[in-house]
Design a protein around this ligand. Sequence first.
Ligand code: SAM
Length: 444
Amino acid sequence: MMAALHSLRRAFVHLTAPACSARWSRTQRRVCSTAIPEKQAPNNSMLRHLTSKIKATGPISVAEYMREVLTNPVMGYYVKNDMLGADGDFITSPEISQIFGELLGIWCVSEWMAAGRPKEFQLVEFGPGRGSLASDILRVFSQLRGALGGAALSLHLVEVSPRLSQVQARCLMGDQNWGSSSEDESAYRRGTSTTGLPISWYRRLEDVPRGFSIYLAHEFFDALPIHKFQKTKQGWREMMVDIDLEAPDRLRFVLVPNPTLASSTLTQRDESREHVEVCPEGGALVQKLTGRIVEDGGAALIADYGHDGTETDTFRGFRGHKPHDVLTAPGMADLTADVDFSYLRRTAGDRVACFGPITQREFLQNMGIDVRLQVLLRNNPDASTRAQLIQGFDMLMNPEKMGERFKFFALLAHSRLASPALTEKGQKRAPAPLPVAGFSELKL
Ligand SMILES: C[S@@+](CC[C@H](N)C(=O)[O-])C[C@H]1O[C@@H](n2cnc3c(N)ncnc32)[C@H](O)[C@@H]1O
């Protein structure tokens, strides 16, 4: 364990600072909660699609609404747009500061070491956005080549958006040919990163090869469809989306008078809240990750805004960095709901160990963000780069900004945490397991 910690410590200090790319400096994020209603955009094809669906089958669940609006294969918000960054609708931590991705890179290496340095090491990222997080992590891997000791590294991206997959390919592979794979392949795009690692793109986890993997999901679970339920005197009832009777080109929420399959199966008897949001797709994904971690080894790190089973109505929209009414101009704004980590923990069961949720501030502090900032500041004399680094640090850590609202949650194999067994002769103890970085202090 001492050797592993030593390698990480060295890695941390010796990570060289690349010329800090101009990331983003505005302060508005997806943290507001008051929606500003807008006029419906004219000729909104998504609105037409939804109203004809509702006319044909009746009101649709909020989950179906969210799935259609965000990931409809032809006109979904994520499928059509590059929505991240100053000119888009919102900005995320990896886009704000390179330090974020670097620390997550260290986390991945730390978990790989704690698992006994397996020969195959897959990094799997869900919803990689513009590819910034993966790019910062690959830079860390490349600089830690020595510590990684010849592990066969590969990057696997689960991305539903063809548009964003091109942005990711450009970010990770540069100008080389990043054309598509053939139709019958599980991966729809393959290539090699500028640092020399194989990269593949998939639409779903099932297509990602089995094997030891570190799974990362940053601001991914909040984009998965939720159902909304309201407690009534008659029991839990589902909230659905219907056409507004007074304005046929507008949508409205309705409470279904009778139980639905979802309201009967996804609510809990002992729930004390009056309103709950449940994300069965998130739960199903956690169950699949749990199975893979138990059978193949590895760990999952989920970072998102969320709560531990305490919040109620968090469904909201963002457009142009401003809150946006969720039912207005569907397909032209991002839709999101806070992640209920207590639900994810329940669906994981006891086959894996769950850590967190803890705040982003605590996680990054434990990962040594202060030391990393100091190293970067020391290596960067340029005043504007230094100002940007400090501003990025404040954005990530300030409790009023992203420090408290964003949470980190991990799934780990029990074997990774097992108490050291006695060696064969029963005399010397085997080394104690490496502490779980981020959830306890990484002593640098
Ligand atoms: C809010 S963005 C976060 C981007 C990135 N992780 C970041 O933090 O900058 C959500 C990402 O997940 C992708 N996505 C959304 N729903 C998805 C799904 N069902 N399957 C795969 N990717 C999805 C989007 O295309 C986008 O890349």
